[in-house]
Write a protein that binds this ligand. Structure first.
Ligand code: URA
Length: 250
């Protein structure tokens, strides 16, 4: 694809997300890498003064969680229902922005990486539309193994696996968590409410803010909801960029 076509493609995508035009605000256009150099951290990555230490700690803690989960986890029935591998998570262990999805699908099960299929490609575009790179955020799922035929996770599977998600969050200590879809929002918020009821609001999750939004797979089926999802992502970005007062819940 030549540059013009790529640009047209990107603008069309932004239009689908409901972005009315390109912002003149230089902060919005800044590349995250540039901000690292200028401010010692990116909106999506670490801003700690001791980022090196924090990184080592977060990375080591995350690795400990990965080891405890194990490559041959058999804590729920999914290990004998056709999963190829455990899909732990991917990204920057010191990310300030974390995305949580539902469960690996076929492509993720093959590659061992979350969100690499069609929904994953849309998620990557959404992250990039926010002005970040996929490798500076962290991406994980509520359950780490593919359910057969991509059916919904079952309660016993969520119960067995969600402690590992909670520990991933504890290791990373993100400032903002975007919960993608009903299962992620319900697991993290301990609610039975649907994503339609939950989205549009900001919740607390420990020291983080949690923003529920639609799952990218749902957005592929219902593109008219992309505008709402974009509003949620803009809110996530604004929270990342403000010098947060964690008490100002809406
Ligand atoms: N859907 C999810 O919820 N997670 C993935 O990793 C892929 C698709």
């Amino acid at each position: 694809m030549d540059l013009g076509a790529a640009l047209a493609d990107h603008l069309e995508f932004l239009g689908e997300l409901g972005v009315p035009g390109l912002s003149e605000d230089p902060a919005w256009r800044e590349r995250p890498g540039e901000r690292t150099a200028q401010a010692g951290g990116t909106a999506a990555g670490s801003q700690d003064e001791g980022a090196e230490v924090a990184s080592n700690t977060a990375g080591a803690e995350l690795e400990a969680v990965r080891l405890e989960l194990g490559e041959d986890c058999d804590r729920c029935k999914l290990h004998r229902l056709g999963r190829r591998q455990v899909v732990f998570g991917v990204g920057n262990p010191e990310a300030r922005l974390m995305f949580v999805g539902e469960a690996p699908g076929r492509d993720e099960d093959e590659q061992g990486i979350p969100f690499v299929g069609r929904a994953g490609q849309l998620l990557t575009k959404m992250i990039e539309a926010m002005g970040y790179r996929r490798d500076e955020v962290y991406i994980a799922n509520v359950i780490k193994c593919r359910p057969p035929e991509n059916r919904n996770p079952q309660p016993d599977e969520v119960f067995a696996c969600e402690p590992f998600l909670f520990r991933q969050v504890e290791a990373i200590r993100p400032a903002v968590i975007v919960a993608l879809g009903t299962f992620a929002a319900q697991a993290l918020l301990k609610t039975q409410d649907s994503i339609s009821r939950l989205r549009g609001r900001v919740f607390k999750y420990g020291g983080a803010r949690l923003i529920p939004t639609f799952h990218p797979a749902y957005l592929l089926r219902s593109p008219e909801r992309k505008r709402d999802a974009w509003e949620d992502l803009k809110r996530a970005k604004a929270l990342l960029e403000q010098d947060g007062d964690p008490s100002s819940e809406t």
